[in-house]
Design a protein around this ligand. Structure first.
Ligand code: BES
Ligand code: ZN
Length: 459
């Protein structure tokens, strides 16, 4: 393994320069104005992987393209599917960035850019690891298929049908994903559970035009008053979601999970301080980690109505709207939950108003097995790279395709993330520590070696 680690070290500067190029492309999947950048990013990746010795293609999916890179060494070796996403969340200076989001810079050993940790920096660890094997030995210890999609941040809407149509191309003995995080800086983790998502937009319409609030106030239902009143009833004071049937299918946390997570010694006060709030809040009866990783939630993500410019405008708005989403946990089905929310919203609507509910994206929650040869190898690889044994955690975020991989492909899925919870994914000043990128690449390189079967035996 020393030859491979040595190559990783020697190749650092070149890898970093490429990562800077990759991060410079504003591949924002949610914004139609960036569609050409998303496409350019796919081709950039495909070319880069081709130069490394992969057979690559940019595949049309019905939405933004996916990049597939393949290298089959031998029929007798296991095949791993490495998944990542090259699309990123929107970002602009006005959101409060200190540096340009698409002009990556290294400050104090951290690379700052949109996508630094989610997920360009992390998926680059896979590329660096494969490249080190190829450069040091001319071949890979396993067969690799990389699937790098361009729509994860917008819900992976076209990926399931792409996978359905390409089952043979994508069939693998295991799937490896680095789109989660360490438990905390210096404490590596394997993630065995992700929450799901049910995202809706609700619009309420009242009078046929905006009205003078003096002339008409008192005569009609105000859509903004009604919407906020409805939304205000969806979560109670103890943090529980107040929608009939919402918790019916929730698979409760197991005692071993509660015990192991309690032993992690999570610093709730430190989190409150970091987030600048006086106190944390969430469902009564659960610890902060339990609430973030294993309990469902309902949050308003956006709210709009009436006048929000400078100064005052005495208007009674004709319309009001909100975007809201629930994080779901194992057992809950996004479609079923959407139906329950829609029924509750309509039920709370007073006469004199109309309501429209649109379902935006959804993702199924997953719970993955915590044992097996791939999990064990991942633990060993992380322990060697970080010098510390990983902990087993769940995460509160969602990766829609994981459920498909686990249930449709039927392959074990290993979620080994290298970023940190405070890397500011989706926020301004997103970053990733260079040491995490290099240790992540080392962990993947070691993992590939560990899962290789040579002459019928694992090394
Ligand atoms: N990398 C995240 C998922 C994630 C977040 C894992 C936090 C672990 C902790 C991923 O890129 C993401 O942001 N997913 C979206 C999915 C959604 C748009 C369907 C999410 O969770 O909001
Ligand atoms: Zn993300």
């Amino acid at each position: 393994m020393n030859d491979i680690i040595k190559h990783l070290e020697e190749d650092r500067d070149r890898a970093l320069a490429q990562l800077v190029e990759f991060l410079s492309i504003p591949s924002i999947s949610a914004e139609p104005a960036h569609a050409e950048d998303v496409n350019r990013c796919a081709h950039y990746l495909a070319e880069l992987l081709k130069a490394d010795g992969f057979q690559t293609s940019v595949e049309q999916t019905g939405g933004h393209p996916a990049v597939v890179a393949k290298r089959i060494e031998s029929d007798t070796l296991p095949t791993l599917l490495l998944y990542g996403h090259y699309d990123v969340q929107p970002a602009k200076m006005a959101d409060g960035w200190k540096t340009e989001p698409f002009a990556p810079v290294v400050i104090d050993g951290k690379i700052h850019a949109r996508g630094a940790t989610d997920d360009k920096g992390q998926l680059f660890c896979h590329i660096m690891a494969a490249r080190a094997h190829l450069k040091a030995r001319g071949k890979l210890p396993v067969n690799l298929v990389m699937l790098i999609e361009g729509e994860e941040e917008s819900g992976s809407d076209n990926l399931d049908s792409f996978i359905d149509a390409n089952m043979e191309l994508l069939s693998a003995d295991a799937v490896i994903i680095s789109d989660t995080a360490q438990y905390g800086g210096g404490q590596p983790a394997l993630t065995y559970g992700l929450r799901g998502l049910c995202y809706l937009e609700v619009g309420i319409t009242g009078p046929n035009r905006d009205l003078h609030s003096g002339s008409f106030g008192g005569a009609v239902q105000n859509p903004a008053n009604a919407l906020t009143k409805i939304l205000g009833q969806l979560v109670d004071d103890s943090g529980r979601v107040n929608i009939p049937g919402f918790y019916a299918d929730v698979i409760p946390l197991e005692q071993w999970e509660r015990d192991e997570w309690a032993a992690l010694g999570h610093d709730a006060e430190g989190l409150a301080r970091e987030l600048g709030v006086e106190t944390l809040f969430g469902e009564t009866g659960y610890t902060t980690l339990e609430r973030m990783w294993a309990r469902p939630t309902l949050d308003i993500n956006g709210l709009y109505s009436g006048y929000s410019g400078k100064g005052a405008k005495t208007v009674l708005p004709a319309k009001a709207g909100a975007k809201l989403s629930c994080r779901l946990v194992s057992g809950q089905d996004p479609d079923k939950i959407a139906t329950l929310i829609e029924a509750r919203l309509k039920n709370l609507l007073p006469p004199g108003l109309t309501m429209e509910v649109v379902r935006l994206h959804g993702a199924k929650p997953v719970l993955l097995p915590t044992d097996g040869i791939y999990v064990e190898s991942a633990k060993e690889a992380l322990e060697t790279a970080w010098g510390k044994a990983p902990v087993m955690i769940r995460e509160g975020g969602s990766i829609p395709v994981v459920e498909t991989f686990a249930n449709k492909l039927g392959a074990p899925v290993v979620l080994m993330g290298f970023g940190r919870p405070d890397d500011r994914a989706h926020g301004p000043d997103e970053k990733m520590h260079l040491e995490d990128i290099f240790m992540g690449a080392e962990a993947v390189a070691r993992f590939l070696e560990l899962v290789a079967i040579v002459d019928g035996k694992r090394k």
